[in-house]
Each structure stands twice: as structure tokens, then as C-alpha cells.
Design a protein around this ligand. Structure first.
Ligand SMILES: NC(=O)c1ccc[n+]([C@@H]2O[C@H](COP(=O)([O-])OP(=O)(O)OC[C@H]3O[C@@H](n4cnc5c(N)ncnc54)[C@H](OP(=O)(O)O)[C@@H]3O)[C@@H](O)[C@H]2O)c1
Length: 246
């Protein structure tokens, strides 16, 4: 698959991985629809770029953004659903508001966009949905339970959809980054192993989409580490995370 002449949606394009993806794709001769709440931080310009203010956790804003995108470009070919939030929280801070925000952005924000995209993708028997999950979708890491749960839900939801949409020619890709240096991870006080720059992440994601990979996961050492952590028995996992105190 190529990005040439495609119409590409990126949600969460104002910062971090989404911003790096947008910058990378300006070199690919495609048209871009860039979404986020802080539209002033979407600082790319040009006739091939449509910037839309859209809170993905609000279905009516997603519907309106979709309609504006279709009015302007007629269709969307590739949707990179990247918007996300991550709150770290101690048990003393436990509150449902974090859960509501995390699930409504990281999971429902994806679902609202997919709901709008699917009828046209199925009718045209083409289209790519690339959802950004995380390598943290495999366990409940302490301090990040809501985040991990939202990413686990996103990964599983995308997997189910990939199977169901195959006969319709619609591709579903799951993107699972390890640690990437962005405003989201700048808040982390622990040492992040194998941290990579957003430009590198964008390069891997773009290549992975071009190769039509089912799952784009990186960097390799973190992928291997997460696979290992994923198969640990619950008791051993608890013992080790308590020791490491991540
Ligand atoms: N950085 C990592 O190590 C890492 C690892 C694994 C997975 N990820 C995932 O990668 C994605 C991008 O994260 P990042 O690290 O690049 O974080 P980031 O720099 O904080 O960027 C998050 C993006 O999401 C947007 N966003 C947040 N809430 C939104 C909402 N309600 N509606 C629309 N857009 C919203 C933000 O834009 P506005 O605030 O302007 O709306 C921003 O553009 C996320 O899904 C994250 O979970 C990141």
C-alpha cells in the first residue's frame, strides 16, 4: 500500500506521535485531515491539509468532523486513530473521573470514528483503520490500571474487527508502541527502558502501514520484554512489579 494520493486522517495530531506522523506524511504527497482539541497546536499548513477541532470523546464532535472532512475531500482512505490520554494514579488518588476520560478518549474515541468510517469503507471495499494501542495492553501495570485496561480493550476490539472486515477488503492495523518521548511520557518519573523519539516511531508506523502489517509493534527489545512479562504467572508478576515498583 502506498500513501501517494491518499486522504489520511490522523487524530491527536497536535503533539507527540501524531504530530510526528503528520510531519512525516507531508512528504508523501497525500492529503491530511488533522484533528485534536487544541487546533492552534496543529501547526502544519497548506492546501492539502484540513485542520479540525475535535474532541474524540464527544460523539457529536466526531460526527461533525467526519462530515466536514467528507465535504472538503470527498472520502477518507486511511484513518490513524491515535488520540490518547494517560493518567498515572496512586490508590489514594483513585477516582472514576480518570477512568471516564481514559476510556472515553482511548477506546470510545476510536469507536466513534470507526462508526462513521465503516459504512463508506465497506461500500468501497477498501480503507485502512490503524488504531494506536500500546505494548502496555498486556498487564495491569501499577499506577496505570485504567490506561492498560483501555489499551487492552482497544487491542481486542481492533482484533475482532480485523477478522470481521477482512472479507470486505477493509484493513485493520493495531499499532503498539513501547516508550516514546512525548508530553505524555515526559510526566513519568521512572526510567523508561528503550525510549525512542517520536520521529522514529512515526517512521516505523508509516513503514508498517505501507507493508500492511496486522500489528505494528516497536521497539524490538520492549516487544520481547512485554511478551515475557505477558506470560509470567500472576504471583510472579506481582512479586516482580512490587520489587521494581513501576
Ligand atoms: N508515548 C508513548 O510512550 C506511548 C506508548 C504507547 C502508546 N502511546 C499512545 O500513542 C498515542 C499518542 O500519544 P503521545 O505519546 O503522542 O501523547 P501526547 O503527546 O500527549 O499526544 C496525545 C494526542 O492526543 C490528543 N488528544 C488527547 N485527548 C484528546 C481528545 N479528547 N480528543 C482529541 N484528541 C485528544 C492530544 O491533542 P489535544 O490535547 O490537542 O486534543 C494529542 O494530540 C496515544 O494513544 C498513546 O496512548 C504512546
Amino acid at each position: 500500500m502506498t500513501f501517494e494520493d491518499k486522504i489520511v486522517l490522523i487524530t491527536g495530531a497536535s503533539s507527540g506521535i501524531g504530530k510526528a506522523l503528520a510531519e512525516k506524511l507531508t512528504l508523501k504527497n497525500c492529503r491530511l485531515i488533522l484533528c485534536s482539541r487544541n487546533i492552534e497546536r496543529l501547526d502544519l499548513d497548506g492546501g492539502n491539509i484540513l485542520k479540525l477541532k475535535c474532541d474524540v470523546s464527544r460523539k457529536e464532535e466526531v460526527n461533525a468532523a467526519y462530515n466536514t472532512a467528507i465535504e472538503k475531500f470527498g472520502k477518507i482512505d486511511i484513518a490513524i486513530l491515535n488520540s490518547g490520554v494517560g493518567h498515572r494514579m496512586t490508590v489514594g488518588e483513585y477516582n472514576s473521573q480518570y477512568a471516564e476520560e481514559t476510556f472515553s478518549v482511548n477506546l470510545l474515541g476510536m469507536v466513534y470514528w470507526i462508526e462513521k468510517l465503516l459504512p463508506d469503507f465497506i461500500k468501497r471495499r477498501e480503507g485502512v483503520i490503524a488504531g494506536v494501542s500500546s505494548l502496555a495492553d498486556n498487564r495491569g501495570y501499577s499506577g496505570s490500571g485504567f490506561y492498560c485496561a483501555s489499551k487492552a480493550a482497544a487491542t481486542i476490539m481492533l482484533e475482532g474487527l480485523r477478522v470481521e472486515l477482512k472479507p470486505y477488503g477493509v484493513k485493520v492495523i493495531t499499532i503498539k508502541p513501547g516508550f516514546v518521548r512525548t508530553p505524555m511520557t515526559d510526566k513519568n518519573e521512572f526510567k523508561m527502558p528503550f525510549l525512542i523519539e517520536p520521529v522514529k516511531a512515526a517512521e516505523i508506523i508509516v513503514k508498517g502501514i505501507e507493508k500492511e502489517k496486522r500489528i505494528i509493534q516497536f521497539p524490538l527489545p520492549t516487544v520481547l520484554m512485554s511478551k515475557f512479562v505477558g506470560i509470567l504467572p500472576a504471583g510472579l508478576y506481582e512479586f516482580l512489579t512490587t520489587k521494581i515498583n513501576v
